[in-house]
Design a protein around this ligand. Structure first.
Ligand SMILES: Nc1ncnc2c1ncn2[C@@H]1O[C@H](COP(=O)(O)OP(=O)(O)OP(=O)(O)O)[C@@H](O)[C@H]1O
Ligand SMILES: [Mg+2]
Length: 112
């Protein structure tokens, strides 16, 4: 993501946002879903350019998404800040999860 951010000309602040969100979302996949994938896309729309990260796993899913998106909610030993923190760093953020099927998180940051 480092390279992706630099490649499209993100400044240091946006590169850091990208790295922070990516590490939190990747950590969730490793901890709770026993692995998954991250896809990096260079997004372009209406003259804008940005980086989209897509995290997909086939883990247990999240039963209560609304709670999982609140600060301080953790089913593990975490601080419960990964998902809400990543959302705050994003320009666009989406999460879809189906218990027993898996979870998909999309994180989007546009170049300013
Ligand atoms: N990919 C995932 N698959 C299944 N459950 C998940 C996944 N990601 C998050 N969760 C659930 O959502 C909860 C909240 O996630 P979040 O990242 O906000 O906090 P945390 O991982 O518990 O703590 P922190 O990230 O602050 O160390 C987790 O405790 C876990 O129950
Ligand atoms: Mg987490």
């Amino acid at each position: 993501m480092d390279d992706a951010g630099r490649a499209i000309g993100f400044g240091l602040v946006d590169q850091t946002k990208l790295m922070t969100a990516a590490s939190e979302l990747a950590r969730n996949i490793v901890l709770y879903a026993n692995g998954g994938t991250m896809t990096i896309e260079h997004a372009r729309a209406a003259g804008r350019s940005g980086v989209r990260l897509i995290f997909e796993d086939g883990g247990p899913g999240i039963a209560d998404l609304e709670r999982a998106m609140q600060d301080g909610y953790s089913t593990g030993k975490g601080m419960g800040l990964g998902l809400p923190g990543a959302k705050r760093l994003a320009h666009e953020f989406a999460i879809a999860s189906t218990p027993g099927v898996g979870t998909r998180v999309t994180f989007m940051l546009w170049k300013r």
